[in-house]
Design a binder for this molecule. Structure first.
Ligand code: FES
Ligand code: FES
Length: 168
């Protein structure tokens, strides 16, 4: 099985490993780097639970070959608070406002969809500080949640957006 040296920056740290050319980014993150926050829901690009950022853009890690993101910057749910802290000179232990809002609004039930939802929602809020309900629905349309009915998730994104604007 052909292998290549893979270089990535993951949550601010350089990583180098030998990986089979057919390995997905999800397999690298979960199985090789042991970052299990990024979930493997369907492994087929249908549920959104594996969403992370590649060079700032939300991507489905389960349908992304790792070799195609050579030298890219990856942010997973484990690194989101650190990313936020760097952007806003926040305390290193502080959550991204959307993580806090998910907890406050009851948007986490079983939690399986939550990392992907948060990564998708945080990208939306970074680019669109005051999104409309339709924009939130559009941004999270590829994310499936079997527990919440979505309303609490939309409220969490709205609440985080308000807090981020207030604190800007
Ligand atoms: S695990 Fe990637 S979209 Fe479902
Ligand atoms: S909270 Fe259970 S799938 Fe969304």
């Amino acid at each position: 099985m052909p292998e290549s040296v893979l270089r990535l920056i993951v949550n601010g740290r350089p990583q180098q490993l030998v990986a089979a050319d057919e390995m997905t980014l999800l397999e690298v993150v979960r199985d090789r780097l042991h970052l299990h926050g990024t979930k493997d829901g369907c492994a087929a690009g249908s549920c959104g639970s594996c969403t992370l950022w590649v060079d700032g853009v939300p991507r489905l890690a389960c349908v992304t070959l790792a070799k195609t993101v050579q030298d890219c910057e990856i942010v997973t749910i484990e690194g989101l608070a650190g990313w936020w802290g760097k952007q806003h000179a926040a305390d290193a232990a502080e959550l991204h406002p959307l993580q806090a809002a998910f907890a406050e609004q009851g948007a986490v039930q079983c939690g399986f969809c939550t990392p992907g939802m948060v990564m998708g929602g945080a990208a939306l809020l970074r680019d669109t500080p005051s999104p409309s309900r339709a924009q939130i629905q559009e941004a999270l349309s590829g994310h499936l949640c079997r527990c919440t009915g979505y309303e609490q998730i939309i409220r969490a994104v709205q609440a985080a957006g308000r807090r981020m604007l207030d604190e800007a």
